[in-house]
Design a protein. Structure first.
Length: 566
């Protein structure tokens, strides 16, 4: 029964692998007998970007076999380049010459990866299919299944091996210069990997030709399966290449010998596959001037599309590096360094899905290096995860606080509205109480009148009608039957004068005069703001009850309640 979690786990591992590959920075380090070249790339949405590039000559021209004897010289030169380049990382991918590698395409019975690993563990696989000059333990081996043919029950496997002693001489140069080797690739595959930067389709059949004093080969790759043809260069020809190929017949014969072998390589490949599949031929060379070689190859290989490989042709070059790049007469010398700079440590197995020559790594302790890099990535992911959790927690708290504060603000606004309403109602109640107090004073003043005197009620009614707005009675005092004192409050002086004039016009009043007027002190409890206090003296005309009745026989008597209501 299939484990339902296996697919989910595999999906997340692929995501993690893809992420880790994007995070890895690797510097390409190409060590040749007379020169060291380094390059560093980054990748954005528009493609590859050149971050660092540098090169330095190492003494007089020498052969590959002399690198070991002059190791100190290479270490010092590499230290100079590293210091001058100010690299962002110490992780480097190194190339070894094709002459130091054993490369085979092997057809085997169909097996799973676990079965292959088990056969390797018990030393029952490579000894039976590969004839090695030395013991198996003396080699670093890389293998990968390129394709499986279930119909024929077979599979094709890429086998790459190199002696540990030859690999270590390059690794030790990098290590002693303060760098950390994470990838060791074969130089021909490194140059071919530089095609990634050109946004070219590498799944088609392409041929790569290298010409130089030490590396001369034809590499043809079809669907990740490499076909390698070694080109022989004699010692005399190698000397000519190192010292400078002369013009004339000597140089032409050298180019002819090289071109004839290239055509023979193409014929061998086409004979093997049974059809002409080569679509593009790229020329790579370490010699400064390749114009004659290029012209000769185009003439000899008529019918093939040949081009001098420019590994920076489609790379974004910053302004500060433009001049340095333009000074190089033959940019194909950086092919291996650029191709190595595209490599990754592949700590989570992302390149299990990228097969063949793109994934070769002969570093002897590559599992240890992968483990160290895995720790770094996991540490970064742990820190990132912790930061993400913290940010989510803070965001949740902020959202909760915002929600609570928003609710509290709404409640505070409602409370403020209620407080304003209470204040308004309190003001209304205060105003009503003030009016009530005024009317109570007026009623209290009218209580001194005797209810059996018609004249008194007539006088009260007239008095009430004479009161202008803004006047309130506090007290009405009868000093004698003919004298009435009216005391009260008024809003201002003018209403007091107006009240006196109205009283003077009443037929029952003989004379009305203002006796006293003063300002009442403010009283916060009653809300009074400095009202005017007044006292008016009124002389009342003498009228008997009998006269009152005869003068108004049909007039209705006003009761004390009616007077109070008025």
């Amino acid at each position: 029964m299939t484990n339902p979690f296996k697919g989910i786990i595999g999906f997340f591992i692929r995501l993690l692998s893809h992420y880790s590959v994007k995070q890895e920075d690797v510097v390409g380090l190409d060590i040749t007998p007379n020169c060291i070249r380094i390059a560093q790339l980054s990748e954005n949405k528009d493609g590859w970007v050149l971050e660092k590039i540098s090169s330095g000559q190492v003494g007089a021209p020498s052969s590959i076999h002399e690198i070991e004897t002059q190791r100190t010289l290479y270490v010092e030169k590499l230290k100079e380049l590293v210091a001058a380049s100010k690299l962002r990382t110490t992780n480097v991918a190194i190339s070894i010459p094709i002459s130091s590698a054993i490369i085979r395409n092997i057809t085997l019975p169909l097996m799973s990866d676990q079965e292959i690993e088990s056969a390797i563990e018990f030393d029952s696989l490579w000894g039976n299919i590969i004839q090695l000059a030395d013991k198996l333990q003396d080699y670093s081996i890389f293998w990968q299944v390129i394709r499986r043919n279930t119909a024929e029950n077979t599979m094709e496997l890429l086998f790459v091996a190199s002696k540990l002693s030859e690999i270590n001489q390059y690794v030790q140069i990098a290590t002693r210069a303060g760098l950390n080797p994470v990838v060791v690739d074969v130089r021909c595959f490194a140059s071919r990997n530089a095609l990634k930067t050109q946004q070219l389709r590498t799944d088609k059949t392409t041929a790569l030709i290298e010409f130089g004093p030490n590396e001369n080969y034809v590499l043809i790759v079809t669907n990740d399966s490499p076909f390698i043809y070694d080109i022989y260069i004699s010692e005399s020809d190698r000397t000519l290449i190192e010292t400078g190929i002369p013009d004339g017949d000597v140089g032409l014969r050298l180019y002819n010998r090289f071109s004839d072998q290239v055509r023979q390589a193409f014929r061998s490949y086409e004979s093997k596959v049974g059809v002409a599949l080569i679509e593009k031929v790229w020329l790579v060379s370490l010699i400064p001037d390749v114009s004659d070689l290029f012209a000769q190859l185009r003439q000899c290989l008529d019918g093939y599309q040949i081009a001098l490989f420019d590994p920076m042709g489609n790379i974004q070059i910053p302004r500060n590096l433009v001049q340095q790049v333009e000074q190089e007469q033959n940019l194909s010398v950086f092919s291996a360094a650029i191709g190595l700079a595209t490599r990754k440590v592949d700590i989570f197995g992302y390149y299990k899905y990228v097969t063949g020559v793109n994934n070769v790594n002969l570093l002897p302790n590559r599992d240890v290096a992968r483990t160290e890099e895995k720790k770094k990535i996991v540490s970064k992911l742990g820190i990132a995860a912790a930061c993400a959790v913290t940010l989510i927690f803070l965001a949740a708290i902020a959202y909760q606080q915002y929600t609570v504060m928003d609710g509290m603000q709404a409640q505070a606004l409602r409370v403020s509205e209620i407080e304003d309403l209470i204040k308004q109602k309190e003001q209304d109640i205060t105003s009503i109480n003030q009016q009530k107090s005024r009317y109570a004073q007026m009623l209290s003043a009218s209580a001194s009148f005797k209810p059996n005197q018609r004249f008194t009620y007539k006088l009260l009614q007239a008095l009430n009608h004479a009161v202008p707005g803004g006047v309130w009675f506090n007290e009405i005092v009868w000093d004698s039957p003919s004298t009435m004192i009216v005391k009260g409050d008024a809003a201002n002086d003018q209403v007091i004068v107006d009240f006196v004039d109205r009283l003077q016009k009443l037929p029952m009043i003989d004379r009305a005069s203002l006796q006293r007027m003063s300002v009442r002190p403010p009283t916060a409890a009653k809300g009074q703001i400095g009202f005017k206090q007044f006292e008016i003296k009124c002389l009342v005309k003498e009228v008997s009850d009998k006269q009152e009745k005869s003068s108004a026989p049909n007039e209705k008597v006003v009761s004390i309640e009616s007077a109070r209501q008025s």
